[in-house]
Unconditional design. Structure first.
Length: 269
């Protein structure tokens, strides 16, 4: 447990961070909510909460319920995820590093008292105040940069541009309800094709593809969702089917910044 790192969140960006830290010899525990609503599910360790165990790019993540299961998993070189949205285990396990990788665009309670090294990903954190370091998450020249004082770039609400498409790539729920998926990750879809339905009582609303492309991510079938929640992501690059199941360049770049920040200060712990 001397090399324990706790990561708040286990979505696609958090998974890129967890994956890199594990490959570099750290024991990593991710803290998640009871019912994660990850979009890029094939590259999210949060799915272990539903499936018990998942393997992404050669790293296995196991869902654990207690400290004994955690230690056994670490002995098997696995990373772990558990349900603890409030971060109660942080005070109990006393990790050397806490990383907030929830990507909520705001701070949901992470603070510098949680560990000797605290890191926040993206907007919502002030380096030197809320956390020790902030990692830039906005695509561009500064992606993955370590910020030692101040903030990351504010959230624009506009997805990154891929092949000339930006806002069109992301689909949001237009109603509260239960999602019933018709298409899955990796499926080729065409603009205005019905890819899912949202059922709410006696009503059923179609979810339409906003463009031609491959479904890069879609929320888990039968999930309870709220209006305006991001529920799907389409990639216009038909040739990039394999990307649906691999950690993204963005996540790997951010993970590199996290690793650098940790190693720069590890010898002082």
């Amino acid at each position: 447990m001397d090399k324990l790192i706790i990561v708040r969140g286990a979505g696609d960006i958090a998974t890129g961070v967890i994956h890199k830290l594990s490959r570099c010899g750290f024991n990593v525990l991710a803290l998640e909510v009871k019912n994660p609503l990850s979009i890029r599910r094939k590259v999210c360790f949060s799915e272990a909460i539903y499936d018990g165990e998942v393997c992404i790019d050669g790293v296995i993540c196991k869902f654990v319920n207690n400290e004994d299961e955690l230690k056994k998993a670490f002995l098997s070189k696995k990373v772990c995820v558990t349900i603890d949205p409030e971060g109660i285990l942080i005070n109990k396990l006393k990790p050397k590093v806490v990383i907030d990788a929830i990507i909520a665009k705001k701070n949901l309670g992470t603070n510098r008292d949680m560990a000797p090294i605290t890191i926040g990903l993206g907007p919502g954190f002030e380096a030197g105040y809320d956390v020790n370091f902030v990692i830039e998450t906005m695509r561009g020249h500064d992606l993955g940069r370590i910020i030692t004082k101040g903030y990351a770039t504010e959230n624009t609400g506009i997805p990154g541009n891929i092949n000339g498409f930006s806002k069109e790539r992301v689909i949001y729920s237009i109603e509260d309800g239960i999602i019933k998926n018709i298409c899955d990750i990796g499926d080729m879809v065409y603009k205005n094709q019905v890819i899912a339905k949202i059922e709410n009582g006696k009503n059923s609303v179609d979810v339409l593809a906003t463009m031609d492309g491959i479904i890069r991510g879609i929320i888990r079938n039968n999930s309870k969702i709220k209006k305006n929640l991001k529920i799907a992501d389409i990639d216009p690059r038909i040739s990039e089917l394999k990307n649906c199941e691999t950690i993204s360049d963005k996540a790997r770049c951010i993970a590199g910044g996290v690793l650098e920040a940790i190693l720069m200060n590890w010898s002082d712990l």
